[in-house]
Design a protein around this ligand. Structure first.
Ligand SMILES: NC(=O)C1=CN([C@@H]2O[C@H](COP(=O)(O)OP(=O)(O)OC[C@H]3O[C@@H](n4cnc5c(N)ncnc54)[C@H](O)[C@@H]3O)[C@@H](O)[C@H]2O)[C@@H](O)CC1
Ligand SMILES: [K+]
Length: 505
């Protein structure tokens, strides 16, 4: 599923019309019908529907929806909220068909009249503005949006909620608050960004018959379960432990043995052949009691945390992850820079090692093997010297810029996790739920990602699938055994068993 900006959507529209001769009015008819059919699944036959229609093509979709639902016998009032002279082009064409079909068009003259109608509505459909919105809402749209938001009716947006920008990064806006959004043709970027996604409610993308083969690819996609399943690494019947990769996880401290232990166990549960844990000697017993299958590489320590361990030999491993529960003291800085310079295999940098990376970021460019960073927005903000709110408002551009500048894979974690490759191509993983918002989930993810990389020819597929397996496990566990409140990271490690049994079969 592609994710587009407003500009990319307009380009799709242009290419579709130019390359095939499809008429814009036909696309509008398709859009309106697709939305109507989707909406019908949510409508009771006696429910009163009010459709709010604006001046542009989003309003044009509204005329088609109103006509289609009225033709199908629903109780619909269509309200044009702008003056007649503003309705032009394809929207005007569909307005005329609506009127010639014998239906009444209500026009906004006194807000009180619309207000009365809205009060008795069961469903309010917003076809006022779509991807063409510019800046804060102007009157009369602003007032109508405020009125609609006050009602108890079920609110449905067409394409995107009026006022919400299609792109990331725009902070000042007023918007229709939808319970459900029927998105036209392609998912808009703002549906995945924290401060705008809340306005969409639940959503679905409706197909309007664009010529898929002809459309330019936006190089930004949602990673989907079926695609993921197809590229999940299998288990060769003749394989042995060496066939599935030797992993090294580096981190832990005497007062924080849990993180590295969970990463190691998650890596084993995700199919790594052998896992070695490099940790201070004083943390080893605690870690070993949780992961009996791992071997150990004791590291020099001072007061329970890793001390300068620059000499540690990492040549024997097929993949390395560093940072989980390591602590942020300067002592481990040399170790991080040593691994960046010497690991001749995929190197995943997480948690406290991301913190250390700030002074070492220039070294990343010299790596010839894949480097993977797995920050949450706070860690990423620290790394790139931005505020957390700047990152969560523009996660796509910040992670793309960073990945391209330093030649690394960035896994920016969140409700929509964005996985960016060094060439700037991006995938979004939407699996998981709020049960994951707890200490330790990230450690488990690092272990899964490391194991997936050992077993897959493609780092991107490994990361996408690793994020998805992690999220699916949370979803599965909170469906039966757990709630989102009590779910623990160790539950995720154990839950991987069922995810692999069901997802990879
Ligand atoms: N393939 C496509 O791209 C298709 C797009 N369609 C629809 O067309 C929409 C885009 O149409 P348009 O480009 O006409 O744009 P919109 O319909 O989103 O908005 C344009 C109108 O909004 C007004 N406007 C902009 N900012 C405003 C503000 N802050 N306050 C008040 N009024 C404001 C403009 O004056 C203009 O009249 C899509 O969202 C979708 O609903 C569909 O008709 C089908 C095909
Ligand atoms: K809309």
């Amino acid at each position: 599923m592609d994710v587009v900006t407003a500009q990319e959507m307009y380009e799709w529209d242009r290419v579709a019309i130019k390359s095939t001769g499809l008429d814009g009015r036909l696309l509008m008819e398709n859009a309106g019908r697709a939305v109507s059919s989707d909406l019908e699944k949510k409508l009771g036959t006696h429910q009163r529907v009010i459709i709010l229609i604006g001046a542009g093509n989003n309003g044009g979709d509204g005329f088609v929806i109103a006509r289609t639902l009225l033709n199908r016998g629903y109780s619909v009032e269509a309200w044009q909220i702008v003056s007649d002279s503003k309705v032009e082009g394809d929207a005007r064409y569909h307005k005329e068909i609506f009127i010639k079909s014998g239906y009444t068009l209500y026009k906004l003259e006194k807000t009180d009249d619309l207000s009365e109608s809205l009060k008795s509505a069961d469903v309010i459909v917003d076809a006022m503005l779509g991807i063409g919105v510019k800046g804060r809402l102007r009157e009369p749209v602003k007032q109508v949006v405020e009125l609609a938001n006050e009602q108890r009716a079920f609110r449905v947006a067409v394409d995107l909620p009026t006022g919400v920008p299609a792109d990331e990064g725009i902070v000042e806006f007023d918007a229709f608050k939808a319970d459900y959004t029927c998105i036209i043709a392609a998912l808009k970027m703002s549906a995945l960004v924290e401060h705008t996604r809340v306005y969409y409610g639940e959503w679905k993308v409706c197909d309007i018959g664009l010529p898929v083969k002809k459309l330019p690819s936006p190089s930004r996609k949602v990673w989907q379960r079926e695609g993921g399943r197809r590229v999940l690494p299998g288990r060769d019947p003749n394989s042995h432990k060496g066939s599935h990769g030797k992993a090294l996880v580096v981190g832990g401290a005497a007062h924080m043995p849990g993180s590295i232990a969970m990463s190691a166990k998650a890596a084993l549960r995700s199919g790594a052949g052998l896992v070695t844990i490099a940790t201070p000697k004083s943390a080893m017993n605690a870690v070993a009691s949780y992961v009996q299958e791992a071997t150990f590489l004791p590291l020099a320590e001072e007061r329970g945390v890793i001390k300068d361990s620059a000499g540690v030999d990492v040549s024997a491993y097929d993949g390395v992850a560093i940072g989980m529960g390591m602590g942020r003291g300067q002592e481990s800085n040399n170790l991080v820079s040593h691994l960046i310079s010497t690991v001749k295999a995929p190197l995943l940098i997480d948690a406290d090692a991301l913190y250390q990376l700030k002074n070492l970021v220039g070294l990343l460019r010299s790596r010839t093997y894949p480097t993977i960073l797995t920050p949450h927005p706070g860690e990423f903000a620290h790394l790139v010297d931005q505020s957390i709110s700047a990152i969560v408002r523009s996660p796509f551009s910040y992670s793309r810029e960073f990945s391209k500048a330093y030649g690394v894979y960035t896994v920016l974690k969140g409700p929509a996790t964005i996985i960016t490759a060094p060439d700037g191509s991006q995938f979004v993983d939407l699996s998981g739920n709020a049960g994951l918002a707890k200490g330790g989930s990230g450690d488990v993810l690092s272990g899964i990602l490391l194991a997936m990389m050992l077993q897959s020819g493609s780092i991107t597929y490994a990361l996408n699938n690793g994020c998805m397996l992690h999220g699916l496990t949370a979803e599965m566990l909170t469906k039966d055994a757990h709630s989102m409140v009590d779910l623990l990271a160790t539950d995720l490690v154990e839950g991987l068993t069922q995810t692999f049994r069901t997802f990879s079969s």
